[in-house]
Design a protein. Sequence first.
Length: 368
Amino acid sequence: MIYTEEHWNTLPRSPRFKFLFELAMLIANAQSKGMAPRGGFEWDRVTSDFKSIYGKAKHLYCDVRAIRDPEHIEFIKNFKVDLWKVHQDLDQAERLTDVATKWTSKHLHIGDHLEILSMPSTRNAVIEFIQKNTGRTVRIHQEEYWNKSQLKHYKVDAQYFNDPDDINYNDCIIISLPLHGTYEIPGWTYELLKKCSAIGVPVFIDVCWAWFQHNFLLNLNYECIDTVTCTLGKMFPIEGFRQSFKFCKKQNIAKYDKLYSTNRFGNELLIQLMEKFPANDIVNKYKDKQTFWCKRLGLVKTNSVHNGKSDDDLLWYAEHKHLVEDGVNQKLLNLVPLLENHELILDYLNQTNKGHFDFSNHQDQIAI
């Protein structure tokens, strides 16, 4: 089912659906007063009038972004650097390499054929990869963020693949690991990388969600891997700065790739964030809250700390609602608004005598 604004007034509303909307109204109202964190994009804007609050609440759970962790926010607020000193730091690239390699090491086993470069965004890296592989068929998985609709904008006629058997020698692959639609590593991942290495198919991997995984270790020591993008805008609330890093195949790096991919201010922010907070910081801080909300809301806990598996009664709130036309999984509920407003919500529920809510048996009935 693809829900649009026209369906809002006639949606089936289970008790669990109504409860989540009540919490969404609470959070959106608090955001309008600066009392609750919000995202940094235009669609995150909310004002104090009822129409704005109501409109924000309707789509609150579809806004997948970095958790506004208080320690991260405080660090960024107090981040101070000598800009000129940073600008003149000719050794910064080596520091970024050392810090990033150590920071990612518990999640990623990087092959010796890859080298770190800074980058402004994964989107830029995707475009570069496509340009380098003109003439090849771009292959994507259906549970992918880099879907047909997005790539069509760049005049790329991407084709789906289901497993390694679908891959041919004239292909190139763009994939997120874990997959964006499921936040899981497919069982055929290493078979795919072995095949691509054997037949010379270049692979682009986006690991931006790795830092939300409870248990995650990915072996990237395969010759076919051309690029691995490590966007930290999902780990830290810095998406507005558009700065991160990637691992690139050494033999494909030109001197201009290094010269024009350098943002030393952004690099310094990344270096200091990684030195201060480990890659599993978010998981360690929010895993108990994920368990709490999944249990109370009757969700299946996933390997990604920021969501849980839901049922048809919550399709309106689906985390990947904006990707529904591309066939991406619609059974995940984004928990970020609940995780970062945990205390605010519990205080409200206790004051309204709803603190003992439990939807573990939510399938009772669906009311209109």
